[in-house]
Design a protein around this ligand. Structure first.
Ligand code: HEC
Ligand code: HEC
Length: 206
């Protein structure tokens, strides 16, 4: 009896002491250590070789419906990878692909892409002013003055136009393809023309 109690107590102590950090915790640890971060970025480049087929070698995607990953907030990238893995975010390619990645590879890939610069795309200039007004009214408080996001919010500046349109529409229509309460509320009043305009505004931002 006493012996099994001790074994149990020992197990409890060791699982607490040696518990694996979660992926977001691991990301923070690497970000705090420049040398470790540099090594992770290198490893991430290798681990992302397959992703490059669609997202581009430098994280600038080759197809309009595929998002750029370059310059994106790494915590956001990691969270989206988690969401594809758990099925909270739906996409037939991404859900399958993400399953084979280990936690450490996910963190390395997120750091790799986050450390590359992204450049603006061309937009329909006639739609930009209305898009700018929509953004200032409904989006700026989370995504930031220059739409570069932050710790909790994704960067939108320079993202692909059709991808932005699709993403905003999916949150607004709330059919479970992309779910986020903050985004559903923020987009609920948008007409299709507003979505197109704000996407045109965002894609041309540096
Ligand atoms: C066959 C093409 C394809 C490949 C290969 C691919 N992706 Fe994707 N990825 C997509 C598409 C399409 C989307 C957008 C899905 C949607 O509309 O929600 C996406 C979305 C993402 C997103 C969300 C970005 C955002 O801004 O929200 C992340 C993160 C991502 N992919 C990471 C990866 C990683 C890591 C790999 C390699 C393991 C990879 N992808 C390989 C096609 C691909
Ligand atoms: C209250 C905060 C908040 C407001 C306001 C807000 N957003 Fe977001 N946005 C978020 C969060 C959080 C996410 C990430 C959600 C997730 O995990 O899917 C997000 C994600 C997005 C994405 C997905 C980016 C990608 O790479 O796939 C787009 C596009 C977007 N927001 C556009 C907008 C637009 C346009 C507006 C204004 C109409 C807006 N957001 C207002 C918090 C906000």
């Amino acid at each position: 009896m006493m012996r099994s109690f001790l074994v149990l107590a020992g197990l409890l102590v060791s699982t607490t002491l040696f518990a694996q950090p979660t992926a977001p915790e691991r990301l923070k640890t690497l970000q705090a250590d420049p040398a470790a971060q540099k090594a992770a970025v290198e490893a991430g480049k290798k681990a992302a070789f397959f992703c490059a087929n669609c997202h581009g070698e430098d994280g600038i995607s080759k197809a309009p419906e595929v998002p750029n990953l370059a310059g994106q907030n790494p915590a956001y990238l990691l969270e989206q990878i988690r969401k594809f893995g758990s099925g909270e975010r739906k996409d037939q390619f991404m859900q399958g692909l993400i399953k084979v990645l280990k936690d450490e590879e996910r963190v390395q890939i997120a750091l790799y892409y986050a450390n590359i610069a992204v450049s603006p795309s061309t937009a329909d200039a006639a739609k930009v002013p209305h898009g700018k007004a929509v953004f200032a009214k409904l989006c700026v408080r989370c995504h930031g003055e220059q739409a570069r996001g932050g710790e909790l919010f994704p960067r939108l500046a320079g993202q692909k136009l059709p991808y932005l349109q699709t993403a905003i529409t999916q949150y607004r229509d709330a059919k479970g393809i992309r779910s986020n309460q903050l985004m559903s509320i923020a987009t609920s009043t948008l007409k299709n023309d507003d979505v197109t305009a704000v996407a045109n505004y965002l894609t041309q931002l540096p």
